[in-house]
Design a protein around this ligand. Structure first.
Ligand code: NAD
Ligand code: MG
Length: 384
């Protein structure tokens, strides 16, 4: 029996994670804590179904709307980042499924590895901001960081126990999103609805926009660089529109191992929760007839300039990832609010990364400061 906390339980990954937990059954997984930000109606239903020890609402205004009528039989209600901190400390989880969105997830990711628990990480932003730090602290405490991101789950499975120097290349696949074939000279007119219409995956709004710009793949390059200790020049991006091969590892002897499956996040989520065991999953078997043709092509850096920033961040390390992530979060939020046109996302990010005061060996405080400063700078630039 594993004690599980699901952070960001009300989101796309969180909902899938609770379905996987229910499928695995109460004698395999004991859900001891949940967090959600604004969707308190869903969080209340989830708490009533799982009966965790703690439920944390990270948004104060949302917390205020339910605090009075909360039924303590559905768990002790906690508030904000402090509430999450207390839940992680007192519920003593074996596994924390980190499915919050954005750098806001970093403190909880760090606390999890510092406590020596398994960090099943969907929240790639925490790794992009502070990958080396998380990996180093996990090494010190013996905590494992298990990927939930489908590409990284694929790479993790393909790598097995091979050392980093057995790897020639990581081939990180990506569907190319909704704008893979759209004429580049019409990219300026892309609307919010078009960018939110992903051809393969159904996900939260922020990652769906990131998938359309391929900033999601850029963040995943950085995620792979730190999770698997592979240098940037041994990572390649491959466009694979069907989204069935979730990534590949080419070894120095010429063998290439790929991991395949239907595009359903319950599969990598379950693997992170049961690892190293493989147990029957909730998904139907792979229908090869439906995927009779799998295609691959190189990405266009002209169409997807975000990719270059991902490689730069993986190569330079330091504060680059923190700056890249912070700028992107602010610019994507502005696009989702329909305050800026689509190409302004990349322009704002490229400019902010360039302008930030780069540090090669930052402390946690340095990373948090860069996160704050870059957010302020991008907000000023976009609103000014
Ligand atoms: P989502 O928007 O559907 O859900 C985000 C969750 O985080 C919600 O529970 C929300 O309440 C919570 N949240 C929002 N703002 C918060 C804040 N400031 N502090 C604390 N919690 C906050 O997003 P999602 O698609 O589930 O993605 C979650 C994470 O998983 C992201 O980092 C994303 O990149 C990663 N991921 C998602 C998918 C996917 O298929 N959805 C795949 C791979 C990786
Ligand atoms: Mg992914």
């Amino acid at each position: 029996m594993r004690k599980l906390i699901v952070l960001g339980a009300t989101g796309s990954i969180g909902v899938n994670a609770l379905e996987v937990a229910a499928h695995l059954g109460a004698d395999a997984i004991d859900v001891v804590g949940l967090s959600g930000h604004r969707n308190v109606a869903r969080l209340r239903d989830q708490a009533a179904a799982c009966r965790p020890r703690f439920v944390a609402v990270t948004d104060p205004a949302a917390h205020a709307t339910i605090a009075d009528e909360w039924d303590p039989a559905h768990g002790e209600l906690l508030l904000g980042a402090d509430g999450v901190r207390r839940m992680l400390a007192e519920a003593a989880p074996d596994v924390v499924l980190q499915a919050m969105v954005g750098a806001a997830g970093l403190p909880a990711s760090l606390q999890t590895v510092e406590a020596g628990a398994v960090l099943a990480v969907a929240n790639k932003e925490s790794i992009v901001v502070a990958g080396p730090l998380l990996v180093e602290r996990a090494r010190a405490t013996g905590a494992r960081i298990l990927p939930v991101d489908s590409e990284h789950s694929a790479i993790f499975q393909a790598l097995g126990d091979q050392p980093a120097d057995a790897v020639r290349r990581i081939l990180l696949t990506g569907s190319g999103g909704p704008f893979r074939t759209r004429p580049v000279d019409t990219m300026a007119t892309i609307t919010k609805a078009e960018a939110l219409d992903h051809p393969v995956w159904s996900m939260g709004a922020k990652i769906t926009i990131d998938s359309s710009t391929m900033m999601n793949k850029a963040l995943e390059i950085v995620e792979a660089r730190w999770l698997f200790d592979v240098p940037a020049d041994r990572i390649e991006v491959v466009i694979h529109p069907q989204g069935v091969v979730h990534s590949m590892v080419e070894f120095v002897d010429g063998n290439v191992l790929a991991q395949l499956g239907p595009p359903d996040m319950k599969i990598p989520i379950q693997y992170a929760l049961t690892h190293p065991a493989r147990v029957p999953g909730p998904c139907v078997g792979f229908d090869f007839a439906r995927y009779a043709s799998l295609t691959f092509e190189p990405p266009s850096f002209e169409r997807f300039p975000a990719l270059r920033l991902g490689f730069d961040a993986a190569e330079r390390g330091g504060t680059f990832g923190a700056a890249l992530n912070a700028a992107n979060e602010v610019a994507v939020a502005a696009f989702l609010d329909e305050r800026i046109p689509y190409p302004a996302i990349h322009d704002a990010v490229a400019r902010a990364v360039d302008a930030h005061a780069f540090l090669a060996s930052p402390s946690l405080d340095d990373l948090m400061r860069v996160d704050r400063d870059v957010r302020d700078a991008v907000a000023r630039h976009l609103d000014g």
